[in-house]
Design a protein around this ligand. Structure first.
Ligand code: NOJ
Length: 744
């Protein structure tokens, strides 16, 4: 039996032991090998530069990405373990963002569950499947707060709020990594993109970001800090300039904040080609200067640009960079490889993946995650849930039978779509009914996706206007002949994600026109939205009686939609972002500071004269098939000393006729202090299930973490002695109020 140390870790793997092993290994490595460990090379056919086989044989490599091939992983690892000079295993890395084979709802959807355990379970399963395929490292979770719905990558994160974002960040890290890096069913997580990427100018992907420290520290940093607390092993720096310094070469971010202030001891990788981008960004003179700047900033590993591989040896040889600096950069990479046990167990069992993906609990978890992620936006006259006795239903819309749009973004690198579409889910549920289907006109990006068009529809030739007219007519006729219409509309998979920003938030193509045409038939109609960002569905919000926001719900998405539409599941998700009425309103978010003109005076309501700026649906909003009352807001004390905590209680009752979930949300507002403070900030939430007439008490704690903030005036974290408003309710417009006085 192996000797254990006090923590239960095998003695040979204790931190001290590993530090010694790393030092010994570094002593025997050549400079070329050390630089090899600082490089991640592309394994795709289109990658330029050294092929993984060559470089591994010659000097070893830190990591290989964009490869998704179990046999090749083992073949490459064999070269590393048997032919490379120091026999250091390779880390195989890929973007496993919301599932590997079993696809979970996109992260924005999982955040809509307001249930961190959903995200934790999803990433546990994603880790198990991808590790069984031979991967060691995923580039997730994506922790960028996004308040501009035009930005396509809003789909990959947890929305607009740092408190909810932090809870989802920690849950995902726990899911990917588990408690111990040596767990063979887990993968390394990567907190990305550090930092501020979600605030790109105009929502345009990769454009510069200008964020003052108060925004960074109070809004954009917290999910990253939560990831560190949860033990995240790696960070990825962001593409764009932050306040005119590229994040991939930003020493303030990567060293001063991340290492000095937060004590992060893992390693940092650039975003793809990001080191070389320093040249494009007008920061570095050439490739060598880019490598010099990124390394000095504290960036351990160069993703795919080969700048480190091509330049670092010369920079050490001409004394621009010291060998000690190189060693410091290599250390955390070797440490993590050792902690994972890769030196002892470098290979993957090639028969494992098939067994793992066949586990029935994976599908069940995906279905449950999708059910819990969906948000009921409208339900006039209680049209939903629908009767299972329906005999003649028309399913229309371009996304109704799209596996790609059901699965959502990041399903690339050889992934074959395999999802239950909404059409299929409805057919599964109503096996005896007549279900007719007509997609209507195709929807397409105006400018194709640069990675090639992932979506099956996008690969088809563009429809002619005549074909689109015919498809439109066919959809109207199909609807005309049915008793009830289910329209499945939104955005196709390639319309959100990377390279997928939009100026408008309207339903793309002729979808709204079709919705109007079928609504005019006077039949009951339900709109199911499949999309990766908030959409300005103003017309539908007034005219379509029932609207279900299903997001991109993953491989079991169609079944989950049917579960909700036909009442087997009561929806309980809430929006993690507000829905603007217009793309021009972005950025829009609830947690603003009060302005010159208060909003409670008539005629001062609007910041624009051509319409309200309030969101169509507020942050935290979502309906249920039942109703709830939230009452009895009580604080353990109306006054509390700076540094101490107060307990907040409410009673929540299910006042309707069916069981359901409510997400109880607590918001604060500091009335004055060293800095102006936002009108509302989320500082607590809990999703609970209640039977009809059942009441539960929900308790929150407010202490220095919740009541403090980073102050511009004080230039540090502070907690003011100040009065606070406290609200608890079912969304960010909650009205149930109490006062809290914090004294010094
Ligand atoms: C670029 C993206 O910004 C990043 O999120 C991703 O992880 C890398 N490419 C690797 O695919």
């Amino acid at each position: 039996m192996k000797k254990m140390d006090k923590t239960g870790t095998p003695a040979s793997n204790s931190s001290d032991e590993i530090a010694k092993r790393v030092d010994a290994l570094l002593n025997q490595m050549s400079l070329a090998e050390k630089v090899g460990q600082l490089a991640q090379v592309g394994g795709a056919d289109w990658n330029q530069g050294p092929k993984p086989e060559e470089i591994i044989r010659e000097r070893g490599v830190g990591s290989v990405l964009w490869l998704n091939d179990t046999k090749r992983f083992n073949a490459l690892q064999k070269i590393a373990m048997e032919e490379s000079p120091s026999k250091i295993p390779v880390l195989f890395a890929l973007d496993v963002i919301h599932g590997y084979k079993t696809v979970f709802p996109v992260p924005l959807a999982m955040a809509s569950s307001w249930d961190p355990s959903v995200a934790e379970q999803a990433q546990t399963i994603a880790a198990k499947e991808s590790r069984a395929a031979g991967l060691h490292w995923t580039f997730g979770p994506m922790l960028d707060i996004a308040r501009d719905a035009r930005w396509g990558r809003i789909v990959e994160g947890a929305g607009e709020d740092p408190y909810l974002g932090s809870a989802m960040a920690a849950a995902q890290v726990r899911g990917f990594q588990g408690a111990d890096l040596s767990d063979p069913e887990r993968v390394l997580a990567c907190a990305k993109h550090f930092a501020g990427y979600g605030a790109a100018d105009g929502g345009r992907d990769y454009d510069p970001v200008y964020l003052p420290e108060t925004q960074l520290r109070n809004v954009y940093f917290p999910p990253f800090q939560a990831a560190i607390k949860a033990g995240v092993s790696t960070f990825m720096s962001a593409y764009m300039d932050l306040n005119n310094v590229p994040a991939n070469g930003n020493r303030w971010l990567l060293h001063d904040i991340l290492r000095e202030e937060w004590g992060f001891d893992g390693f940092v990788i650039s975003d793809a080609f990001g080191v070389l981008n320093l040249v494009t960004q007008g920061h570095a003179k050439d490739k060598s200067d880019a490598a010099f700047r990124s390394l000095n900033a504290g960036l351990n590993m160069d993703m795919a640009s080969n700048s480190y591989l091509d330049s670092l040896e010369a920079l050490v040889n001409n004394n621009s960079i010291s060998i000690e600096q190189i060693d410091e950069m290599v250390k955390p990479i070797l440490t993590i490889k050792m902690k994972m046990g890769l030196f002892e167990n470098p290979y993957v069992d090639e028969t494992l993946l098939e067994k793992v993906i066949a586990l029935p609990e994976h599908k069940q978890a995906a279905r449950r995650a999708a059910q819990r992620s969906m948000v009921l936006l409208r339900n006039e006259g209680s049209l939903l849930p629908l009767s299972k006795e329906l005999k003649n239903v028309a399913v229309i819309g371009p996304l109704a039978d799209s596996m790609e749009s059901t699965e959502g973004s990041w399903m690339v690198f050889g992934h074959k779509p395999d999802a239950v579409t909404v059409l299929q889910g409805i057919r599964n549920k109503l096996s005896d009914a007549k279900i007719t289907y007509a997609p209507g006109p195709d929807i397409r990006r105006d400018i194709p996706h640069p990675f090639g068009e992932f979506d099956a529809t996008a690969k088809k030739p563009r429809q002619t206007p005549e074909d689109a007219d015919a498809a439109f007519q066919a959809a109207v006729e199909t609807a005309q002949n049915a008793d009830l219409i289910i329209a499945v509309m939104g955005e196709s998979q390639d319309m959100a994600g990377e390279f997928a920003s939009r100026a408008s938030l309207d339903l793309p193509g002729r979808q709204e026109e079709l919705l109007k045409a079928v609504s005019a038939l006077g039949k009951p109609i339900v709109l199911v939205l499949l999309n990766g960002r908030p959409l300005s569905i103003n017309w539908a919000a007034e005219h379509v009686p029932a609207i279900l926001e299903a997001w991109e719900p993953g491989s079991e998405g169609g079944n989950a939609v049917a579960d909700i539409l036909f009442g087997d599941v009561n929806p309980g998700g809430k929006l993690p972002v507000c829905f603007p009425r217009n793309g021009n309103h972005a950025p829009l978010y609830y947690s603003r500071v009060l302005t010159h003109l208060p909003e409670d005076r008539p005629n001062y309501l609007s910041r624009y004269w051509d319409g309200p700026t309030t969101p169509l649906y507020p942050f935290g909003f979502g309906l249920s098939y039942t109703t709830f009352s939230i009452t009895n807001l009580k604080l353990s004390s109306g006054q509390v000393k700076v540094g101490q905590s107060v307990t907040v209680n409410v009673d929540v009752t299910n006042t309707g006729k069916v069981a359901g979930d409510e997400v109880v949300q607590l918001y604060i507002h500091q009335k004055w202090g060293s800095d102006s403070r936002p009108m509302r900030e989320l500082k607590g939430f809990e999703r609970i299930t209640l039977q009809p007439n059942e009441t539960k008490k929900v308790t929150f704690q407010l202490g220095p973490d919740e009541l403090g903030y980073w102050s511009t005036n004080a230039d540090k974290w502070i907690q003011d002695a100040a009065p606070f408003d406290i609200w608890v309710g079912a969304d960010s417009l909650a009205t149930l109020h109490a006062d809290l006085e914090v004294f010094g």
